[in-house]
Structure formats: C-alpha cells, structure tokens
Design a protein around this ligand. Structure first.
Ligand code: ADP
Length: 546
C-alpha cells in the first residue's frame, strides 16, 4: 500500500464543540418556557460545556464513564450533548417514557454513573433511583434539587450552583475516533432494550450527512424546531449537526402538544422542524381548527414510521409546507434514507419519489434478502428484508461483558433491519411493512402500512392503525382501528367502500373498530403491540362486515 500524505486527524466531537462555539458563537439554542424563549448563544454553550466538564471531572467522571440525561429537549440538554462526549465520557440519553422496568434495565446495563435530570422529571426519576445500582450523582437542572430524595450513596447537586463554581474553559482531550461518544437504547418493542454505542467517528460523519444537501440539508440559515426527543435516536442527529453548521435550535422542552407547538411556530417562525408522523397528524387537526400561516417552514423532516401521503398533501396544499420523508433506526444513527426527488422531476413523478422512504446516501449500503437468505435484485419490484451497513450503522449491540447480544440481528457484517421493502435501481427504498406487522392472509402478504395510508386519506379519518388478527380460514386478516376527526362521521361500510377501488378485493378488511386514540409507543409511534393485546383480551368493539 502506498500511504497517503494526509494528516490522520481523528473525527472527534470535541472538534464539533470547539468549532460550533467559536465560528458559530452567535447562533443560538433556545427553550420554550410556555410563553417565550430562554436563549443561549453557541458561544455560551461552549462555556457552559466547559463548566459542566469541569464539574463532572470533579465528581470523578473519567474517560468512557457513562453520564445519563433524563431530560426534555432544552438548552441544558444541548450543553450535556456538547460536553460529555467532548470530555471523553459517554452521553447516555435515557428515554423518559420507557416502562419502569425497561428504564431501570437500561440505566443498570449501561452502568450510568451520573444522571442529569430536569426539575419537572424529579418525581419520575425519584421512583427509579433506588433501583439504579451504579448511579452516584444526580444533577438537577431547571428545578429544585432539594425536591429529590436520594437513596444512601447518591449525592444530589444543583446544576446552576455546580456550574457556577467552575472555570469556563476546559482542555478537551485528544480522543480516539473509534471511542464511544454516546449510547442510545432501542425502545424494546420485543424483549429487553438493546444498547447502541455511537462512536465519535460515526457521529461526526452522521452529523455531516445531516447537513448534506441529500441528507437533511440543515444549514446556518435554519431555525430548527427539534420536536423529536433528544432521547429518540439523538434527536435524529440534529443537535450535533446544528453545532457543526451553525443552525439555530429551538427546543420545545415539555410543551409537545399541538397547541404549544403551534404557538412556538407562530412566535418563532422556524424554517425547519422534525418529528414523527403522529405529531404532524395532531398538529394538522389543530391547525385546521385554528388556521395560521406556517409557510416559514422550509423543510419538515418526518420519519420513524411511514408518512401517509395524505398528510404530505394536506401540509402542501393547505399550508404550503413540504414534508421530507426519511427512514432510519436507532441502530443507524438514525439517518438511513431521505426522500428527495431526483432533480428535474415534477408532478406525479416527483410525488412518487417523495412518498417513498427515500434514497440511500453514499454512507449507507443497502441490500434486500429473501426468506431463503438470497440477495434479491434492486429492481424496484422484488421484496426482501432490508439489510444495511456503513460507518454510522451499528455492527453489534452493546454488552458490558463482551458477550453477544442478539447476534441474529446481524448477517455477515450487515444489520438486519426487520423491515421489508423494495429498492429501485437508483437506490430509492419503499418499505412495505415491518416483518412483524405484515399480515399473512392465505399465503399472501397485506401491507398494514398501505392500508393505514389509504384509510387515513379519507376526510373523516384522523388516524388509522392496522394489525393482523387470527382468522380460521385465512390464518390472518387485517383489523382496522380508526380514530375519526372531531365532529366527523363515517361507519365501517363507508370506509370499506372508500377502499374498494384503491386495493385488491381480497385485501379489503372485514374487521373494523372505532377508538378514541391509537395507543403510542414511548417515541410516539402507533403501538400495535398494545392493539394486539387489546384485541386478544376482547376489549375492542369489533364490527365484522359480511
Ligand atoms: P423502535 O424500533 O423502537 O420504533 P426506532 O426508532 O429505532 O425504534 O425504529 C426504527 C424502525 O422504525 C425502523 O426499523 C422502521 O420499522 C420504522 N421506520 C422508521 N422510519 C420509517 C419510515 N419512514 N417508514 C416506515 N417505517 C419507518
């Protein structure tokens, strides 16, 4: 090998912090308080990050130690994002909405040493704290530290007091780019949550992809409303990408309902926003009842579950806002594919690309594998399980003792996503379903996602979730759970008639139920596990059409 002449500079998040807090020192992160914003410049983020790093060091946090956050999206959470990896420790973003036993499992599994908690979350953390075996320090931000009763062996600190005592400079160490920078656990829809350890290198490259024009195209022109929680796949990479490119961040803190989000939009006029589909479905209903101009949003990234085309059209036609559909997973940092239509496409052709899960960027290699383990062609038709690999895709799950966790999720160096879909020769992905959600009716597949999208395009429908339920004749048939818009009416017959010219006759669902709300997971996706359980225990009022 002829070695290059290039410098071997590690890709470290300390560089991102240094860069963002100096060359973009006037960009801002700000947090909604319910009526206004608390603002902090990136210059101040740099100084606060140094104070936090000094404080953590004084508490005994060293290289590789895990520092957890139990926080909303806010200024102090960004400071932790900046400081913890840059000092060589590992940021573990705890999902505040996990079930208690899962939360306790992940904090113990990651061996978190310190937890930074928001004051409003003290009552919740307080319940878990006696079960968190490795936590020695809790730092209370945005609240009253004395409200937290800590078990023996755990010291409680007030964030402001602790940081005020510190120097506002820190000598950020040289870091091996392969070292862990942050930890995120999957939400554990089946079995225990699994830990993904992002490296400095993976996060650096992923952040650059978020700013790339075929990524999320985030730039210093953006005021970014980061609704996606900082505990959901690192807020999709937005915080570090924002420091990297000088985009400003607007954080909603605990104000995540449609009404306060609409108020933030009206007051701050962000150019960019990101959240799962259910957030936009809720916001749309609110806006339709209380119209306001939101055309300042130049780009709205929506992913985490399939975006119904009817939702994209509603935002475009009624509010002149473009939704950018994206696919990803905790395991993929999460940016996997983004649905920018190819340059030059217009009209229906352009829409067909935008409905898809999008095109893979150069950092994400993808292939489809059939049930027999053979790779199938990327011809836009053949279906298979999506497998991916690349520099920001995990190669295993974290195991404190080095043992293998769920090795079946990996196939010869590729991550098995559990998603079933097709890929065009030009690298556009269309997902049919999660393999565990697809409905197997008489040996044929019915996509729950396709059915949901069509039912949700009916004007009376706010939300629709489809699960497969046992059927004597066909093994499994779809059950549609429908949430009607307020004041709208439609019955099962009408909805079924609406589907007749849109799907094959054998796919038409017989079973329908009307519910007040689709249950949601800890990150706001339709929780089909809960619907299945409700169906199993007979608590859904199901109407079966002849
Ligand atoms: P969880 O598995 O707990 O939901 P993740 O957020 O990591 O946690 O979820 C990743 C999964 O979400 C993907 O494997 C896929 O099934 C689904 N998903 C993400 N984005 C999309 C999308 N745009 N369309 C359809 N499914 C999606």
């Amino acid at each position: 090998m002829l070695l290059s002449t290039m410098q071997d500079e590690p890709l470290s998040l300390a560089t991102v912090l240094r860069y963002g807090s100096t060359f973009h020192s006037e960009a801002e992160v700000s947090t909604w308080t319910g009526s206004e914003l608390r603002r902090m410049s990136y210059g101040e983020v740099g100084r606060q990050a140094a104070r936090l790093a000094n404080a953590l060091e004084a508490l005994g946090v060293g290289e590789g130690d895990r520092v957890a956050t139990f926080m909303w999206n806010n200024n102090e959470h960004l400071v932790a994002y900046a400081a913890v990896p840059a000092m060589g420790a590992v940021l573990h973003t705890l999902n505040i909405r996990l079930f208690p036993e899962q939360l306790i499992f992940v904090a113990n599994h990651a061996e978190d040493k310190v937890v930074i908690v928001d004051g409003t979350l003290i009552p919740l953390l307080g319940k878990y704290l006696p079960s968190l075996k490795t936590v020695r320090h809790v730092i209370v931000a945005n609240g009253d530290a004395s409200a937290l009763e800590a078990p023996a062996g755990v010291e409680v600190h007030d964030y402001t007091q602790l940081l005020d005592e510190q120097e506002d400079t820190f000598t950020w160490p040289d870091i091996d780019e392969r070292a862990a920078a942050a930890a995120c656990y999957t939400s554990g829809t089946t079995g225990d949550p699994k830990g993904v350890m992002y490296s400095h290198r993976s996060m650096w490259l992923h952040s650059a992809q978020v700013t790339a024009t075929n990524g999320m195209a985030l730039s210093d022109a953006d005021h970014t409303l980061a609704i996606v929680p900082m505990f959901h796949a690192m807020s999709w990479g937005l915080p570090h990408a924002a420091l990297m490119c000088g985009a400003s961040l607007i954080m909603p803190d605990r104000f995540l309902q449609p009404e306060p989000i609409a108020k933030i939009l009206a007051t701050e006029k962000p150019t960019f926003a990101a959240a799962v589909p259910t957030v936009w479905i809720g916001l749309l209903a609110h806006l339709d009842a209380n119209p306001q101009d939101i055309s300042h949003l130049r780009n709205v990234v929506v992913g985490g579950s399939a975006v119904p085309p009817s939702l994209m059209h509603a935002f475009k036609d009624r509010y002149n806002v473009d939704i950018l559909h994206a696919w990803g997973m905790t395991e993929t940092s999460p940016l996997g594919s983004v649905a920018w239509a190819p340059a030059g496409t217009t009209g229906e052709e352009e829409w067909s690309y935008r409905y898809s899960q999008g095109r893979f960027p150069v950092g994400v290699q993808a292939r489809l594998v059939d049930d027999g383990g053979s790779v199938v062609a990327n011809d836009g038709e053949a279906l298979g399980e999506l497998q991916v690999r690349g520099p920001w895709i995990t190669g295993s799950y974290y195991s404190p003792d080095g043992g293998e966790v769920d090795p079946d999720k990996f196939d010869d160096g590729w991550l098995r996503t559990g998603d079933v879909g097709k890929i065009t020769p030009k690298g556009y992905l269309t997902l049919v379903d999660r393999s565990k959600d697809v409905i197997k009716s008489g040996g044929e597949w019915i996509s729950s996602v396709d059915l949901e999208n069509i039912v949700m395009s009916h004007p009376a429908v706010a939300e629709a979730a489809v699960i497969g339920v046992p059927d004597e004749k066909w093994d499994e048939r779809p059950l549609v759970s429908v949430v009607l818009r307020p004041d709208a009416t439609a019955d099962a017959e009408e909805l079924r008639d609406f589907l007749t010219d849109k799907i094959a006759k054998w796919q038409l669902p017989e079973r329908w139920t009307f519910i007040d709300e689709v249950p949601k997971t800890s990150v706001g996706k339709f929780d089909k596990k809960v619907l299945r359980a409700k169906y199993g225990e007979g608590s859904l009022d199901v109407k079966t059409l002849g």
